[in-house]
Design a protein around this ligand. Structure first.
Ligand SMILES: Cc1ncc(COP(=O)(O)O)c(C=O)c1O
Length: 390
């Protein structure tokens, strides 16, 4: 687990890498144990055409550099690039292609990604097909350049068989990008499973404190990295140094947080599974999840995400449930220490056309829950009292 020129000469554990990779205090003059914050937008040059490492804050910054390298190490890859949001990272990847190129995208994805590809990238001439992950091979055409999947999918938590899709991508000489926001490299590393590119919305579990919007692209492919680095700079989709500093701090506790998200979410999922007002619970860690066995082969654990359907509920019932919650907060987003709940049909996935939502079972009784780090007994009693109001 060491990136190019990394601080860790030998493979080390995940938590050790999160704390130390590319953060050797001897590399900065102050010997500060924590990478110093550098806010400067520009850097003095030796001469008009020679500079030390950084020249201008958009093309590179020391805090971004530390974070990018450390994140690449955590995904067992060489190259990371941070973007000012997860969607910024997605736009960077889409910008690798030209008008007339075809992208196949899983049909169960974050609504914003769907909207970006469908409403913006198509205007730029890209051809986009949204398909069920089991039908990807038959959707490949001569001009197909990229397969984009989310695993786990948002919001129905389907497990994507990344090695199988990677084999299809290789066979047809197509790139595979995986949005791994819901799982994080702590539990799964798509590059090891055959993906060419990994994208995380760092806004979610990776930062975990609900106070930074950021994204990252990770790859082992130098050519892709060089192209993305060019796009990151020239499109200007870059994060602020202080935000990089914050995320670098947050990932030090990622292993601890993820273990607790998993523990809490499993307990909450088991509670929901037995509740008479709950029709169905989707959590890849539960044996009742249709792809539980596949998930166990592909990932070492699960995050805090749960999707469940309230029995016989219409929009009004779901709204009553959500507004009755006292500890779990009704809000967009996921992956932080606060538990959050939302209604994808009118919130995160409202931009997906209604007929498509129906096919995907994103109905008005589907609740998406991001289980945080509160005491699990408090979360369960909060959910219990809110379900009683339905
Ligand atoms: C799976 C997934 N990918 C990407 C994004 C976009 O990330 P950001 O909000 O950081 O742009 C989100 C946002 O919710 C998401 O859930």
């Amino acid at each position: 687990m060491s990136g190019e020129n990394g601080y860790l000469p030998e493979p080390k554990g995940f938590a050790t890498a999160a704390i130390h990779a590319f953060q050797d205090p001897e590399q900065w003059e102050s010997m500060a144990v924590v990478a110093p914050m550098v806010a400067s937008t520009t850097f003095k040059r030796y001469g008009p055409s020679s500079f030390k490492k950084f020249e201008y804050g958009r093309s590179g910054n020391p805090n971004r550099d530390v974070l990018e390298n450390c994140l690449a190490t955590l995904d067992n890859a060489k190259y990371g690039l941070c973007w000012s949001s997860g969607l910024g990272a997605t736009m960077g990847v889409a910008s690798l292609f030209k008008a007339g190129d075809h992208i196949i995208c899983g049909d169960d994805i974050y609504g914003g990604t769907n909207c970006l590809l469908d409403k913006v990238c198509t205007k730029l001439g890209l051809e986009i097909s949204f398909v069920d992950e089991t039908k990807i091979e038959s959707a490949i055409k001569k001009n197909t350049k990229l397969i984009w999947v989310e695993s786990l999918t948002n919001p129905t938590l389907k497990v994507i068989n990344i090695p199988a899709i990677a084999a299809i991508a290789r066979k047809h000489n197509v790139l595979l990008a995986v949005d791994s926001t819901f799982v994080t490299p702590y539990f799964q590393r798509p590059i090891d499973l055959g993906a060419d590119l990994v994208v995380h919305s760092l806004t979610k579990f990776m930062n975990g404190h609900t106070d930074v919007i950021m994204g990252v692209t990770i790859t082992n492919n130098k050519n892709l990295y060089d192209q993305l680095k060019f796009l990151q700079n020239i499109m200007g989709i870059v994060p602020a140094p202080f935000d990089c500093y914050q995320v670098t701090r947050s990932i030090k506790t990622l292993p601890l947080r993820m273990k607790q998200h998993m523990k809490n979410s499993l307990e909450v999922a088991k509670f929901l599974e037995t509740h008479p007002k709950v029709e169905k619970v989707l959590h890849p860690g539960l044996p009742c999840h249709p792809q539980h066995e596949l998930y166990k082969k592909l990932a070492s654990g699960c995050s805090g995400m749960i999707t469940f359907y309230i029995k016989n509920a219409v929009l009004e019932h779901s709204q009553r449930f959500l507004t009755s919650l006292k500890i779990v907060t009704l809000a967009h987003s996921l992956g932080g220490y606060h538990s959050l709940a939302e209604l994808p049909s009118v919130m995160s996935h409202a931009s997906i056309p209604e007929d498509q939502r129906k096919i995907l079972n994103i109905t008005d009784n589907l609740i998406r829950l991001s289980v945080g780090l509160e005491d699990v007994e408090d979360l369960i009693s909060d959910l219990q009292q809110a379900l009683e109001k339905v």
